[in-house]
Design a binder for this molecule. Structure first.
Ligand SMILES: O=C(O)CCC(=O)C(=O)O
Ligand SMILES: [Fe+2]
Length: 298
């Protein structure tokens, strides 16, 4: 689904100033997996990695960017503090992020209500779980891919054909783990969604529009009535094309929100806590390899 005519609450260029910072500044934000001396496991910076199918860098920030330190709960990586660049180095950026995050939460809550109504459910069916939610605001940069980044990647993990031409995958096919994702693309195409017809469809960037992807949680919670949107990002090949930026807001409940079957919908499942679902999903990504022991399941 695409929401049109929706100007961003702050110009996205202001958020993307993050990618102008010198590496010595962004290095301080790296997740522990990439910089073992850092304490942040879940929030923070993920750097470019050669020899991996995806070639992207960016920052994952949590609710503390918008709501302050009261949203940080120690002892669980999912509720840790977001490491941020110093205000003096990027003046106004934290306030812009906070503004954007809050606007996406308001929009997200309205979409939850619309989805509930569309399913014939009471409007507030989903909303209570989002009190103290752990939504992630992710800034993404996909640089033009240099040839050396392909070395060591198995060809079938990176190359595919689309409409008869070979294309590289900068983000492999996946579904997001949250409820919905509000995705803003900045100028450069590449996003594709898998249709019911089994074909990949381009989702071109449009000014002032947001792509809404349904996540795995929404699919589970509705007993499969709403299917998660499988999507991927294709590149222009080695050394080709333009750098791409996108801003994803993964709208997510609280870690301890109990997700249980909804009486009016078909589909039985064992109730689970949202935090357990998201942690299990994260542990499947290569950048979290070996970190499973850092979170206790409830
Ligand atoms: O960059 C994009 O357009 C999509 C990013 C994405 O799918 C993700 O981060 O989960
Ligand atoms: Fe995604």
């Amino acid at each position: 689904m695409i929401l049109d005519h929706l100007p961003p609450p702050v110009p996205v260029e202001r958020l993307l100033r993050l990618f102008d910072l010198p590496p010595e500044v962004t290095h301080r934000l790296w997740r522990q997996k990439f910089a073992p001396g850092n304490s942040n496991v879940y929030r923070g910076w993920f750097p470019l990695q050669d020899g991996r199918p995806t070639y992207k860098e960016g920052l994952d920030s949590g609710p503390d960017i918008a709501h302050g330190a009261t949203r940080v709960r120690h002892g669980d990586p999912l509720t840790e503090a977001t490491p941020l660049p110093p205000e003096a180095i990027l003046p106004g950026w934290q306030a812009d992020m906070a503004c954007y995050y809050r606007a996406m939460e308001v929009l997200g809550l309205n979409l939850l209500r619309s989805i509930a109504r569309a399913l014939g459910l009471p409007e507030e069916t989903f909303t209570p779980a989002f009190d103290q939610g752990i939504s992630t605001l992710r800034l993404l940069h996909y640089p033009v891919r240099p040839a050396h980044s392909f070395i060591g990647v198995e060809a079938d993990k990176i190359w595919t054909t689309h409409q008869g031409r070979a294309v590289d995958l900068v983000a492999a096919p996946h579904v997001d783990s949250g409820f919905i994702t509000l995705l803003r693309q900045h100028g450069v195409s590449g996003l594709q969604a898998l249709g019911r017809d089994g074909a990949w469809h381009d989702v071109p960037p449009r000014p002032d529009s947001l792509v809404v992807n349904f996540g795995k949680l929404l699919e589970r919670w509705t007993g499969g009535r709403i299917k998660a949107t499988k999507h991927r990002v294709i590149g222009a090949g080695s050394g080709e094309g333009r750098a791409r930026h996108s801003i994803a807001f993964f709208f997510e409940p609280a870690v301890d929100a109990l997700i249980a079957p909804i009486n009016q919908l078909e589909g039985e499942f064992d109730p689970f806590l949202y935090g357990d679902l998201v942690w299990d999903a994260m542990m499947k990504f290569v950048e979290f390899e070996g970190l499973d022991h850092l979170r206790q399941r409830t």
